[in-house]
Design a protein around this ligand. Sequence first.
Ligand SMILES: [Zn+2]
Length: 92
Amino acid sequence: MSEQGKGVFIGAYIPPELKAALQERAWLNHRTLSQEIALLLDESARRPTLPSTHRQLHCLRCGHQWTPRVEGEPQNCPACNSPYWNRERKRA
Ligand SMILES: [Zn+2]
């Protein structure tokens, strides 16, 4: 395998399917593949992160409200520590 001089080193792994799509886009826009990758990285750097910090969670057990710092649902309510903080209590 000798792709010296042709390989694109950007310090990130580009999956083959993405690379193929980028090659096509580069060709259509009369740009080089590395230019296209640079643009892609620039785009993803500018893309705002998910507004998870503005998400409010509400414990159905103790009524505590908090803003999670992690993606997804937390395991327990930070106040009452209940793992069922997001489940309605079912009526029998
Ligand atoms: Zn709670």
